[in-house]
Design a protein around this ligand. Structure first.
Ligand code: NAD
Ligand code: IPM
Ligand code: MN
Length: 349
């Protein structure tokens, strides 16, 4: 059986880190894996007039998994929103029903010195952020209008329905069952109706998982707790916006945003795998981006879409050895280039 992997590099460092993921896939030389490239983001806008051309969406739909680099191009910041590079990733998430975003943040041995936190605080971090990805303020009605008094007003409607909360809650509880059995649901139920519903539904779903210890935390406190005592978290279950913000925060607790991978899953087997970071225009084209988040996303692809735990573990071990051998990019205080890091992982497979 052939598995088709779509490679959507995107923009900026997305292109450089995707080259390392592709090199790794070719080095693994797995029978029955076919790789197909497609344009997205600003690159696709400049070439084809749209950040997610139909041809790219079709390739994604017809693949077994999607590896996604990053999108974002400052030259597109003033385009109509539907033409901006970010619509590529948002469009894929909604068109493919990728509602469950898993963002693990684990302290890897030897990385304590790179964390923004003191080593005694960062040493035990092992959390999984389960972020809802198809709803919330991201996908509600939005627009610009004028108030009665003639002022410009921007608006974005935040909402969740109970089915959307229920299905991501199940993902969170199941993930907790496979880990330390603790789930912390993060919301803002003290202020937002959306969050009140979120909390009510999570409590209902919890009845089906008596073996999971459920707690609730307001998002502002969660941000504070994440830097005060991040070791307390196992699974964090949260909405689209809060999950976006908290995962960037979690990345610096474990050393660098260049280390955080993610899986975006649907009800079926198809998944999209991408680093949590963006196209990093400030360092693009210099071969100084850390490709490990992309490479670890590739490992997640083998685990969740290709049913190949053996290869997933092999990649993760090679990454751990690369770090242990002090082959570090600038983000981690080293001097290794993007491709040197990619080569080092391959040499340790
Ligand atoms: P960013 O994640 O691109 O960069 C934030 C900071 O982290 C920058 O200083 C950057 O140099 C650094 N950084 C990020 N990845 C790194 C890596 N692998 N190695 C070393 N350093 C790294 O966030 P931003 O600057 O806010 O956004 C830039 C563009 O990316 C925007 O257009 C944004 O919309 C887009 N974006 C896209 C995605 C995605 O494609 N999924 C995610 C986040 C941001
Ligand atoms: C992420 C990014 C995206 C998000 C943007 C680029 C739409 O920040 O994947 O974390 O907000 O989800
Ligand atoms: Mn983000």
């Amino acid at each position: 059986m052939v598995s088709q992997i779509a490679l959507l590099a995107g923009d900026g460092i997305g292109i450089e880190i995707m080259a390392e993921a592709e090199k790794l896939l070719r080095a693994l030389d797995i029978k029955g894996l076919s790789l197909i490239h497609a344009d997205c983001g600003g690159t696709a806008y400049h070439k084809h007039g749209h950040p997610l051309p139909k041809a790219t969406l079709d390739i994604a739909k017809n693949s077994d998994a999607i590896l996604f680099g990053a999108v974002g191009d400052p030259s597109c910041d003033n385009l109509d929103r539907h033409l901006r590079p970010e619509q590529a990733v948002l469009g894929l998430r909604s068109e493919l029903g990728l509602f469950a975003n898993l963002r693990p943040a684990k302290m890897m041995s030897g990385m304590e010195g790179s964390s923004s936190l003191r080593a005694n605080i960062s040493q035990n971090i092992d959390m999984l952020i389960v972020r809802e990805l198809n709803g919330d303020v991201y996908f509600g009605e939005k627009g610009m209008r004028q108030t009665d008094t003639g002022l410009r007003q921007g608006y974005d409607i935040m909402s969740y329905d109970e089915d959307e909360v229920r299905r991501i809650a199940h993902v969170g509880f199941k993930a907790a069952q496979g880990r330390q059995g603790k789930l912390c649901s993060v919301d803002k139920a003290n202020v937002l109706e959306t969050s009140q519903l979120w909390r009510d539904v999570v409590i209902e779903v919890a009845a089906e998982y008596p073996d999971v210890e459920l707690s609730h935390m307001y998002v502002d406190n969660a941000a504070m707790q994440m830097v005060k005592a991040p070791g307390q978290f196992d699974v964090i279950l949260t909405g689209n916006l809060f999950g976006d913000i908290l995962s960037d925060l979690a990345s610096m607790c474990v050393g660098s945003i260049g280390l955080l991978a993610s899986a975006s899953l649907s009800q079926g087997r198809l998944g999209l795998y991408e680093p949590i970071h963006g196209s990093a225009p400030d360092i693009a084209g210099q071969q100084i981006a850390n490709p490990l988040a992309m490479i670890l996303s590739t490992a997640m692809m083998f685990r969740h879409s290709l049913d190949n735990e053996e290869i997933a573990a092999k990649i993760e071990q090679a990454v751990a050895k690369t770090l242990a051998d002090n082959i570090l990019g600038r983000d981690l205080g080293g001097l290794a280039s993007t491709s040197e890091i990619g080569d080092a992982v391959i040499a340790r497979l």
